[in-house]
Design a protein around this ligand. Structure first.
Ligand SMILES: [Zn+2]
Length: 128
């Protein structure tokens, strides 16, 4: 999920053979040399975000039911709502500062190998 726009995120995912992943983000359309942006995800209560990642996590949790922990990886202020909602949080940069200020528990990371190692420790990922 992202606060970004679908067309460049799809481009990046496709370049890494990850185009099959579900993407929850805003939509951008090039029209007459301008970008028109649509916000297809309606936020129930958040007025801060265009696509509230915290609300998307809550919706996912409600759909999947208990027993499916949510893991969120973020680095910016647009991840603030998700930081409060995720069961397991990985934070760096601006999000890490936000979590320290708001006293939200998180795991530090610099790259995805650390995230994978921590998820294995937590029993959320099986090592192959
Ligand atoms: Zn929000």
């Amino acid at each position: 999920m992202s606060e970004g726009l679908d067309f460049y995120i799809h481009y990046i995912l496709d370049r890494h053979n990850l185009g099959h992943l579900q993407l929850l983000c805003n939509r951008g359309y090039l029209e007459n040399n301008h970008i028109r942006i649509e916000f297809p995800y309606k936020n129930r209560s958040c007025r801060r975000c265009g696509n509230c990642k915290g609300e998307r996590i809550a919706e996912y949790r409600a759909k999947q039911g208990a027993g499916w922990p949510t893991v969120f990886v973020g680095d910016g202020y647009s991840d603030a709502c998700a930081a409060r909602e995720a069961d397991v949080l990985f934070a760096k940069n601006d999000l890490e500062e936000y979590c320290q200020r708001e006293k939200i528990r998180y795991n530090v990371y610099t790259g995805f190998s650390e995230i994978a190692a921590r998820m294995i420790e937590l029993g959320l990922l099986v090592e192959t």
